[in-house]
Design a protein around this ligand. Sequence first.
Ligand code: NAD
Length: 480
Amino acid sequence: MTQPTPITIAHGDGIGPEIMDATLRVLAAAGAQLKIETIEIGQRVYERGVKGGIEDSAWESLRRTKVFLKAPITTPQGGGFKSLNVTVRTALGLYANVRPCVAYPPFVATKHPEMDVVIVRENEEDTYSGIEYQPTAQVTECLKLITRPGSEKIVRYAFEYARANGRRKVTCFTKDNIMKMTDGLFHRVFEEIGGEYPDIEKEHWIVDIGAAKLADKPEVFDVVVLPNLYGDILSDVAAQIAGSVGLAGSGNIGDQAAMFEAIHGSAPRRAGQNLANPSGLLLGGVMMLAHIGQTEAASRAHNAFLRTLEDGIHTYDIFQDGISKQRVGTKEFADAIIARVGQKPDRLKAPQYRANPRREQPAAPPAAPQKALAGVDVYLDWSAGSAEQLAKKLQPLSHDGLTFTLLTNRGAKVWPNGQPETFCTDHWRARFLAPDGKAATAAQIVALLERVNAAGLEFVQTANLYHFDGESGYSGVGGA
Ligand code: NAD
């Protein structure tokens, strides 16, 4: 007999308590061995003035169990409240957002009957690090951070997930034809780590055409791993086109802890009427069972759920005349699933949960590269004339081993040999480089900034330019 696994649950708001009750009854009937601790989150906690929607005492339970099954909550409008999901995700380091998007034809209406895609979205980095600036009156910017350890963790998770769930292919989407350094790193890590999983096919698509293909022929994809922003957008697209937004569950996974939930919200207008479909939270719960190694109970619960869909026992949101046989409430839907524990679906694909294989030992990290300072990009706030006029002011500042070589505006080269048609804002980048083969020094950069200042120019930002093992650590003009 499996030892009960301690987990933390929260009943949430709106339909949350009803779908949580249904979910827990089904998981127990399927043989889940759980030691449940309950915490309070959401509306009432926010109303007590707790900005993050979760009390300190609740953290204690989460840190102890490290597994959180969470019903949806109602997020208060305005008033400086923080999203609970963002709070929990950041605090517990939940780097992977996993969302299976499955069609259930003909039992749930869908245009893509063969769709069975799992989106694995990086959850902590990219433009979501929240580092933004307004350096000039006309320009705003957002720092996109893609790190090697962050990319390694999510890519390895995607391959491990594929292996543990009997999946055959992992696809990576990036825009590395444009963002050669950031998305290029994510893609490179995908190729490196993919090489450690010869049993799993791997492929890469540029995200624009990949997204179009996903929306048109989702059945050709299996597991898809993406950086945060593309993953945020495409996981919603995938859930929507599967036709099962109300039925999808998701997992937020970290090295230390994990959180599982439905992807829908608290549907306040349906609350307390025994109407809500509990499937999204139930499937989140099934993912949780697989995550904690209770794979047999996970399969039993999932199979009984599929069998119930096949038998035409449907809640109001998926009820279709001619296909559905019985319209039921939340409780009765759970009862029907429980009555089918031990049965398998006839037509829908039975899930395949395997015990997590031994985690592949990551390859030894590459030796730290040789880092050399090559120069500096100095950003200027300037609106007193043309590119040529600004270049004339910058040329005399070349001195002491740093030479002015390039002026750009919004990334477009405007000097030397700029085009007069190029539209320019008040935000300019002037590049100063050490001669080929020579290193620059921090003291040279400080002296340069003093010369810029003394020339009456306003520098608003600087970015040091480095070489790593002789390879350029900065983009050229137009990303080239
Ligand atoms: P929602 O997902 O709650 O509801 C959207 C629509 O889907 C509604 O018509 C609703 O009746 C229906 N619906 C949703 N879940 C259903 C279910 N299980 N069974 C049957 N019908 C269902 O989205 P919303 O109305 O935009 O948001 C309501 C509240 O939920 C908001 O406060 C929002 O901030 C919050 N929310 C929370 C989470 C979360 O806790 N993870 C996620 C999304 C939204």
